[in-house]
Design a binder for this molecule. Structure first.
Ligand SMILES: [Zn+2]
Length: 284
């Protein structure tokens, strides 16, 4: 290795020594009043990059506004959240499609199916998901998937969309290894591991033992689902190392190894530059 190559690698190491929160919501009304301080606390805790998941047109302006103030640190997804699919779904979806041509987003998300709050818009949710999977493929972007009580319908749609060669992550993954394997028959999917893994007797801990390290991403889903010892309180990205520590324990690895592998996974999947200056890095 030449001196300049060694210097390059050393330069990269400095920036790769950080965590990436792959799913957070600074614009949520619970967190927004304190967003600037929370972003600083995250940076102080070694969380160098954070990706905000989009939900709908009502919250989107606040998301872009917070994101705009932190280039290279905050990144945004674009997508219509299944819980926001209602009678106006066509207009909501139109806005996602038109913004996808003008805004710099790193993923289509959070999209998926959520049957927990009711089944009134199940057909519309499926249609919205299908169209957004196609959008992600057409833009060559990863997807960030939210699922609740809807695995079988999701896997059926994924099977239909196999030709799209989708890649992405299953956010807040708490399901079985079998489900993880089935999803990976139809695309290239990582799992987003959040605060739930730190809860007592969390079944995801057993599943996680079998999931390969290169398929694991860390996320907080702040302001929701705070990890132990903050369980029940407002969550924020600065708590990400608590999740990483639990993953380290489960995988029998050091915290530093978890940090470096999951950060590498996140930078690759979401095509982020490891430098603090933003995107680019010759990868599009
Ligand atoms: Zn979320």
């Amino acid at each position: 290795m030449s001196v300049s190559q060694a210097q390059d690698v050393g330069f990269l190491r400095i920036f790769v020594d950080m965590f990436v929160d792959t799913h957070t919501h600074f614009y949520d009304e619970w967190l927004l009043p304190d967003a600037e301080a929370a972003i600083q606390r995250a940076l102080d805790a070694g969380v160098g990059k954070m990706i905000q998941a989009d939900v709908d047109s009502h919250e989107r302006p606040a998301m872009w506004e917070v994101g705009r103030r932190h280039p290279g640190v905050l990144f945004q997804m674009l997508g219509l959240y299944p819980g926001s699919v209602a009678a106006d779904w066509r207009e909501e979806l139109d806005q996602v499609f038109s913004l996808s041509g003008e805004r710099d987003c790193v993923a289509i998300g959070e999209i998926g199916l959520d049957y927990h709050e009711g089944l009134e818009f199940v057909q519309q949710q499926k249609e919205v998901l299908r169209q957004q999977l196609e959008l992600a493929a057409s833009l060559d972007l990863p997807v960030n998937i939210h699922l609740r009580d809807a695995w079988e319908d999701f896997l059926a749609i994924l099977a239909d969309c196999k030709h799209l060669n989708l890649r992405g992550n299953l956010h807040c993954f708490t399901s079985s290894y079998e489900i993880y394997e089935r999803a990976n028959k139809y695309g290239d999917f990582s799992v987003g591991i959040g605060g739930v893994v730190t809860f007592k007797n969390a079944s995801i801990a057993k599943t996680l033992e079998r999931i390969p390290m290169e398929k694991i991403l860390l996320e907080t889903d702040a302001p929701y689902l705070a990890p132990v010892p903050f369980r029940g309180k407002r969550n924020e990205s600065s708590y990400l190392p608590c999740i990483a520590a639990k993953v380290a324990e489960i995988k029998g690895k050091s915290l530093q190894e978890i940090e470096s592998i999951t950060t590498d996974n996140a930078l690759t999947l979401f095509n982020l530059s490891p430098s603090p200056e933003g995107r680019g890095f010759g990868r599009g």
